[in-house]
Design a protein around this ligand. Structure first.
Ligand code: NAD
Length: 381
């Protein structure tokens, strides 16, 4: 059985879906691994390193795409590369399935078994395969480091003969994987951190990291969906939240927003009128930029400075700024996925759609859309 990892087609993507450490593990369990020449250029792994780990270096991308049994990528494939995949091949990558039904249908018609990394269940067993978490964790860290470099202040309190410098104030909105790492990193650098999430449990986690939790009574049941994700708030609850948060934003040097609602556009939490009241030189980093953004005025992949001197950072791929480590954990996630289902005696992948993990993340199989969340859409068309 052959795994092929092509170079990412998006030229701004620095991550690689496979790195040498994972390749060694996959070769050890009996798989053949092929990678496209130059795959590691953005994360500083040379072709030689790949070759030494046991991979075959490929220059004919099309041929490997059409013969491999498994394709590993970070981002979704260009649609024209879906039809050339070998029938029955398993394709693993982020697929953006809620916004891109064209790729989903193309995967179904080409007979591909499409695994959407966004849909890996949030269970203890699947944690080792959870690329959404491994990447969000790194994004949370990188966002704080980016702000620390750009801010016209230092982060820790300093008592000097020339007087006391007070710590920078951070406000973290959304305390999921990225938010928790942002809190931990800002605290380690000495900043004063306040944090908010609609989930009570998340507020307690923030407090355990030394942040001050902003508690807002939103009324009703505003917490979890039962699958660790947040519920979408009502318009009234969102208004209440924005009002209470505004005071913290005005007082903050850096606001980092990470609030996402799974499968939906992210809620706007920081509005223009609040930004107008923020201090010149302050910064908002919108980590939800790729899913619509939490901030009015975010432009994806750009940094915008408002008239009153507030920077709104919409960088969509913070984890790509530290591609060596983000590729390492991404690749490990995919390797763990294959290893988990690999039958070494039979030298085959144990495919079973009754399995909780596979039924959660396999969207298309044997010529059809098979995931219940996307079935309705497929029958409507
Ligand atoms: P996410 O990226 O979907 O959302 C980020 C955060 O935004 C969440 O904490 C969410 O509650 C919050 N949010 C949503 N709407 C908001 C609003 N209006 N205002 C403020 N905050 C809002 O979530 P995530 O980071 O991927 O993970 C969510 C939870 O799942 C976390 O508690 C995480 O620890 C847990 N998790 C569990 C597992 C596992 O059990 N295997 C794996 C990964 C994550």
């Amino acid at each position: 059985m052959i795994i092929f990892a092509p170079k990412e087609t998006d030229s701004s993507e620095t991550r690689a879906a496979l790195t040498p450490i994972t390749i060694k593990r996959l070769v050890d369990i009996g798989l053949e691994v092929e990678v496209e020449s130059g795959i590691g250029a953005g994360c500083d792994h040379s072709d030689i390193e790949y070759s030494e780990s046991g991979a075959k270096i490929i220059t004919d991308r099309g041929s490997s795409l059409s013969t491999a049994d498994f394709i590993f990528r970070v981002r979704k494939p260009p649609v024209e590369e879906i039809s050339i995949l070998k029938e029955g091949a398993m394709h693993l990558s982020f697929l953006d399935p809620f916004n891109d039904s064209e790729s989903l249908h193309a995967m179904a018609s080409s007979g591909t078994t499409a695994v959407s990394l966004e849909m890996i269940p949030r269970t203890t067993l699947a944690q080792k395969m959870d690329a959404l978490s491994s990447q969000a964790n790194i994004a949370g860290y990188t966002a704080v480091i980016y702000s620390a470099e750009k801010l016209n202040k230092i982060l820790p309190m300093m008592m000097t003969p020339a007087g006391t410098i007070s710590p920078a104030k951070y406000f973290i909105l959304g305390i999921g994987v990225a938010g928790l790492q942002a809190i931990a990193t800002a605290k380690r650098l000495g900043a004063r951190v306040t944090a908010f999430d609609v989930r009570q449990e998340a507020l307690e986690q923030a407090e355990s990291l030394g942040a001050k939790a902003l508690r807002i009574d939103l009324g009703g049941d505003s917490s979890e969906t039962g699958q660790v994700y947040a519920k979408e708030l009502t318009p009234e609850q969102l208004d209440k939240q924005r009002e209470e948060q505004a005071k913290v934003c005005e007082d903050s040097d850096v606001v980092i927003t990470t609030a996402k609602v799974f499968g939906r556009k992210s809620p706007i939490l920081v509005t223009k009128d609040v930004i107008e009241r923020m201090k010149p030189g302050s910064m908002i980093i919108d980590l939800a930029a790729e899913s619509g953004g939490n901030v009015e005025g975010t432009v994806l992949d750009q940094e915008v400075v408002t008239e009153n001197g507030v920077s709104i950072v919409g960088i969509g791929n913070f984890e790509g700024r530290v591609a060596r480590h983000s590729s390492q954990v991404f690749s490990a996630n995919l390797g763990n996925f294959i290893e988990h289902f690999w039958d070494q005696e039979e030298n085959s992948f144990k495919f079973n759609l009754d399995d909780e993990i596979l039924s959660g993340c396999v969207l298309t199989h044997a010529g059809k859309i098979v995931h219940e969340r996307f079935l309705e859409e497929s029958t409507e068309e």
